[in-house]
Design a protein. Sequence first.
Length: 633
Amino acid sequence: MSDIFLSYVREDKARVAPLVARLRFAELDVWWDDDILPDQPWEATIEQALADADTVVVCWSRASVASENVRAEARWAKGQGKLIQVFIDRCDPPLFFGERQGIDLARTADYRDDPAIERLITRLRERTGATNAAPVAAGAAIPVRSRFSRRAMIAGAGSIAITAASTGGWLWWRGRHLVVHDASIAVMPFANLSGDPAQSYFSDGISEELRTALGNLPRVRVIGRTSSEKLRDDDAVDVAKKLNVSNVLTGSLRRSPTLIRVSAQLIDGATGVQLWSNSYDRAPGDALSIQTGIARDVAQSLRITLAANAAAITAGGTASANAHDLYLKARAMFASRATGADLHEVVTLADSAIVLDPRYADAHLLRALALANIAGGFDTDAAASQADYVRAADAARRAIALAPDLAAGYATLGAILADQLHIRDAAAQYQRAAGLGQDGRFLESYSRFLGRLGDADAAIDLAGKAVALDPLDPLAIVNRAEILLLARRFEAAAAAAHDTIIMAPDNLDAHLILALSQLFLGHKREAGAALVAMPADNVYVIWTKLIVAARAGETAEADRLQRQLEQAGGDAANYQYAMAFAQRGKIDKAFAALDRGWAERDPGLFDLRASPLADPLRGDPRFATLIAKLDFP
């Protein structure tokens, strides 16, 4: 199955997960029991994985030394000469294991840039014969939004980020040899051969729509857009290795006023051998049939039956060439949005596409997403925000009416309703979406929703799966960090935030989550250090510095930052004011701010149930009253 078997006790899962991620980041082939499929026999699968591994890494902790399963795996590995011991706690190993040298990871907070983890990686490479591969490129930093967002989350700048096209059927697994036909695939950006760089939006858009279409096929695991685009210049074998897939789809596109010509190739990721290739010539208005044809050819190659799923790969689309072109332009702008003006232009383009084809469900859905992001991040007052949320919800409902099997429609509506604090209704929409299909962006959105509900285990599980579907996307990793913070797993949250910063050093959310995680771990100096390089005038930086100062008892600094926050946040930051007052022990002021937030339906109030920042308020009867108003399911 894999070169390396990782043995640990289930109580340590949240602490071991960052270690697995770090070893896989080093391009080591690691297996742990989180890779077991739901329909696989547990004990037999573990025994087979243990037998197949060249090396067994046993994670000793205060909990695992008492686990008979871990001890049995360690005894077997020792007898086979496969054992490497690591210590994630200050503890003594069981009898007969103490004489063997182990690697001390107990002082390693995030498994990054530490001599101990580097020694472990070196030993594993020596054992398995793995090459010392260069690390995956960090990629571009994510733009920081400059103005205040009413959507709080725990770190402040979260946004609705569900995919702007229909989501697909999805099944989770890792490892090429876990199933007979591994239908995992990376769809690389199609090369633009049109002779005009401005046409890249079209070729990239076709690639993204193919990811959506293939995601609608049963048993297909499709890697997300960000990871695929970051590796666009790599060869297929390297792509397959880095993204843990068996198949890579590449292609090119040439577009003229009278013809679209798409050439596509499916490549075996292990050997680099071309499994099939085909060219598709269509009129400009027939792009949807090209995507359908490629999806059908891929399905046939992967031995997947289309009978009950043929309609799903075309759901939400259009036969209008001009409407499709406007939609692809709008989606490209939505993907790179940095300002409110960008989002308003997305709405304008989507509206123009809808005029040409009023039944274009994907265009209605993209309109909903843009309006929701305007409402949550760029409207200047509560009334304008609520009006745009209503428009966004109407657009999502229109998309659902046009394409009832469009999973992204229900998921987008769920996210919008959650921001309006219609939490019970939002849960019903998310559940409907989950029954229709799931892609990486949906998993991120649903995991955030479940994390705010307080369903920590389910939220962390979905967030981890989202990372696996787009492992080079900083947004997926920082989303997991935020959920770990809400779940009060502060060490793991700090590790995930640090992983994000390595990939995207300017990611604001990652620095905020790292600061809050360090603060709750009692590391006030490290919390302050996480914010040093961040823009001093950003409202979330001000807010987080205020919380750090408040919990450190620095009254004068907290007063100064409170005034700065009120000036920057105006009347749109009631949730943030409440959490700051709570840390300062000003309970009445905190509840006054929460009452104002409830009157304005401040989306931040959704965080109250799970957020550790709300802990100073939980013993007050007013808190229970407010939670009852929120009507959690």
